[in-house]
Design a protein around this ligand. Structure first.
Ligand SMILES: [Zn+2]
Ligand SMILES: [Zn+2]
Length: 204
């Protein structure tokens, strides 16, 4: 398998010609900036390690591999920033961009002119499909999307995060506060009582 370990710009912009019948392996490090990631997208700590395998079957380039790095996220419970080690698989397909139709036809057939008003619905592409122009792939936008999509809906510094005290706002992971504990809501007993009422072996 062809192996290329190079600087980020080469890594992120492989030439189609470099993808031989054996494929092409790309291994290296890229920065968030090189992927086009802004701080609004994700706060990336240090470089991201990239390891990708590319295959080309009649112009359809399949990319598989792994992206690894550390993202700084904010916990939704305690609002503290924490480091989220990231390692996920990358899977994408690149197809050639369709050749553009000449924009200024010399003669316009009036019969066809009307048809132009009605535009076809844009065909929906699969999420992991990208296009390339000419003989070069641009991997950065695809990898950037993978990083953005890795963000959990509810980022937690840990499953056991105790969050903040609802009364004084203290981070309870750093120790308990002196607020009076709120009376527990007896949900459990109610549920148990209901279960008992409806319980018993059911005959069907
Ligand atoms: Zn937390
Ligand atoms: Zn408190």
């Amino acid at each position: 398998m062809g192996m290329q370990v190079g600087v980020a710009m080469e890594l992120l912009r492989p030439l189609l010609a470099d993808i031989t019948a054996d494929g092409l392996s790309l291994v290296g490090e890229v920065t968030a900036e090189e992927l086009g990631l802004t701080e609004d997208d994700a706060v990336v700590l240090g470089p991201l390690a990239v390891s990708l395998d590319l295959t080309n079957v009649e112009g359809l380039v399949a990319v598989t591999g792994v992206l690894e790095g550390t993202i700084v996220r904010e916990c939704v419970r305690c609002l503290k920033e924490y480091e989220d080690p990231l390692a996920f698989s990358v899977r994408a397909a690149f197809i050639p961009e369709p050749k553009s139709v000449p924009r200024h036809p010399k003669r316009v057939d009036p019969r066809n002119a009307r048809a132009k008003v009605v535009e076809a619905e844009p065909e929906e592409e699969p999420d992991d499909q990208y296009q390339y122009q000419g003989n070069q792939l641009e991997l950065a936008p695809m990898l950037r999307e993978h990083v953005i999509l890795s963000a959990p809906m509810q980022p937690l510094c840990g499953d056991a995060c105790l969050g903040l005290c609802a009364q004084c706002g203290k981070n309870l992971n750093e120790g308990s506060c002196h607020c009076a504990p709120e009376p527990p809501i007896p949900t459990f007993r109610v549920v148990q009582g209901m279960k008992r009422k409806n319980g018993g072996p059911s005959v069907s």
